[in-house]
Design a protein. Structure first.
Lengths: 269, 306
């Protein structure tokens, strides 16, 4: 039985699409057949992050209109043949599809793929309803910020009400050094509020920006050894049911001088 | 936050009652003011547990308009009554149904423990207009929760027809007087017991006390005509005695609210959070809302001159 997982967050810009792209790629690398579905009609990005923009011919809307077959719209990744993208239409809005149509589309995908990852748009309106309708599991992405956590909390409530009961949490863009200085919410603070099982913590990493711009998921490129990439790979292993210890994200022990400097700065403030 | 509000220097300056419903933007805001600990001019640790910035401003009862409609379950004679809010509380029909739907799901998710499988449910739809699809959706959801919808009571002909066409047993007219003693200066409803995390965006209103087994997260609110008891962390907004009873209390294992209101009083937590939380009770004194550790509460209340 294939798994249908929606990646959602409520707030925009916390890393839903980046997470979807990296998890999709990492799952494919581990031998699963993966379809990533862009549910962000009108503001699609997933194709950019995967570097597949220039290979899109048909989109989900054309499939639903019967203008092409599903497999014609699917864009297969050349670098990783296990991965396929079902692109969203860019020239339409969220009202172009209905929850029932999404269910039908994803239902058809499950015949050929082990994993279907749905990249949910921000917000809790029609686009969100469309994205979660076919899902059986959800990955809630948040950053350690009050606003993001608040929205994630709302989304968890809505997912519960819509019978998506299996939910996992990914905390994205954590800055361990800031947490240590008590300037950022810690993993525990976020978990205290959201109270859903933690799937992984992804540290803030500039290389994510580079990989996004290049259209090459972090887990694929030369930066596959970075901590963020390792975090995504661990998340995928946890999704498979493996018990993987959480990464030690604490910054390397500072030397004596910087400790003295911080001590003095602390005294000043 | 209080810059736009006058900050009285003494308690006597606090307005006795300014009407300020919270869900009606057209009405004036509740006048907030900082209250001092009794007998001192600064906010400091006193016998009252931790320092509280309480505000003796005023809210009168918020009108039901604009509030999220509240679906309720009530057990009566071994049956479960599913009460839908009357139509007049609704703003627009489209959002009304989705709100109603979400409420029903939440109620079902948070109270499962309290009924046996195959409990009979009577749907009390009041004057609410429901079409066949919606009735079927309600029935299916109840079936999923191992409840069986047996009969529908409605005062709308259209709803009755829709129910009958879908094969439900219907009772039109208004036969529910014996089931629904309508509130005429009534006693509080029986407590609402919810076992769930109350998440952002959720509003629980109940004309009685509310007991929550779980956390109340920021962005949510609990409005009770009676007490609010939270076996968990209170981080959202809680209002006790919403109908005006100032003797109601709010208690939580961890009282870390966005705001608390009791009857006509409003209080917000101090700017600097305490280092450690312990179970606390918020109640109204002559000086406004006070907070005290739960362990001290009953003792203190006993010799408090009322």
């Amino acid at each position: 039985m294939s798994r249908i997982i929606v990646v959602t967050s409520g707030k925009g810009g916390v890393g839903k699409t980046t997470t979807t792209a990296n998890l999709g790629m990492a799952l494919a690398q581990r031998g699963h057949k993966v379809a990533v579905v862009d549910a962000d009609f009108g503001l699609r990005n997933l194709d950019l992050l995967l570097g597949l923009e220039n290979r899109i011919v048909y989109t989900a809307v054309e499939v639903l209109a019967g203008e092409c077959r599903l497999d014609q719209a699917l864009v297969r990744d050349k670098r990783q043949p296990n991965l396929a993208l079902l692109p969203a239409a860019q020239n339409r809005t969220k009202d172009a599809v209905t929850p029932d149509q999404m269910k039908k589309l994803v239902g058809a995908l499950t015949k050929a793929f082990h994993f279907v990852l749905i990249d949910c748009p921000a917000g809790i309106e029609m686009g969100f309803q469309n994205a979660i309708a076919p899902a059986r599991e959800a990955i809630v992405v948040t950053t350690p910020e009050v606003a993001a956590v608040r929205d994630a909390d709302r989304v968890v409530g809505l997912l519960e009400a819509n019978d998506v009961k299996r939910m996992y949490l990914i905390i994205n863009r954590l800055k361990p050094s800031m947490v240590e200085q008590d300037m950022m919410m810690s993993v525990k603070d976020v978990q205290d509020i959201l109270a859903i099982p933690l799937l992984g913590v992804v540290p803030d990493d500039e290389r994510v920006v580079v990989s996004t711009n290049r259209g090459e998921p972090l887990v694929l490129g030369a930066d596959a050894q970075s901590k963020a990439a390792t975090a995504f790979e661990n998340i995928v292993r946890r999704l498979e049911g493996e018990k993987v210890p959480f990464l030690d994200l604490n910054p390397p022990q500072e030397d004596f001088f910087s400790r003295v400097r911080r001590f003095l700065q602390g005294r000043k403030s | 936050m209080t810059s736009e509000f006058p900050v009285p220097t003494s308690i006597s300056e606090i307005p006795a009652s300014v009407p300020a419903p919270m869900s009606e933007p057209s009405e004036p805001e509740p006048s907030e003011s900082e209250l001092k600990e009794p007998g001192s001019n600064s906010i400091a640790e006193t016998d009252f547990g931790r320092a509280v910035e309480a505000t003796g401003g005023a809210t009168t009862r918020a009108p039901e308009m604009g509030a999220v409609p509240q679906v309720r379950f009530r057990s009566e004679g071994g049956k479960l009554l599913l009460l839908l809010p009357p139509e007049k509380q609704i703003t627009t029909p489209a959002t009304a149904w989705s709100d109603l739907w979400q409420q029903l799901k939440q109620r079902l998710n948070s109270g499962e423990r309290f009924w046996q499988p195959n409990t009979v449910v009577y749907l009390i739809a009041h004057d609410r207009l429901l079409d066949g699809r919606q009735l079927q959706a309600i029935a299916d959801t109840l079936t999923e929760a191992k409840l069986s919808l047996r009969r529908i009571y409605t005062s709308r002909r259209q709803t009755a027809v829709a129910a009958a066409t879908n094969g439900f047993s219907v009772e039109q007219q208004i036969p529910i007087a014996h089931l629904m003693p309508e509130a005429v200066g009534s006693a509080l409803a029986e407590p609402l017991y919810v076992e769930t995390t109350v998440r952002s965006g959720v509003e629980i209103r109940h004309p009685g006390s509310v007991i929550v087994l779980g956390d109340v997260n920021p962005g949510s609110s609990i409005v009770a005509d009676g007490d609010v008891v939270i076996w968990g962390a209170l981080r959202g907004v809680a209002q006790a005695g919403a109908a005006g009873n100032a003797r109601c209390v709010i208690m939580a294992l961890r009282l870390d609210p966005t705001q608390i209101r009791i009857a006509d009083f409003v209080a917000r937590p101090p700017e600097t959070p305490p280092h450690q939380y312990y179970p606390e009770v918020a109640y109204v004194t002559a000086e406004g809302i006070r907070i005290i550790s739960a362990a001290e509460f009953s003792k203190d209340r006993l010799w408090m001159p009322e």
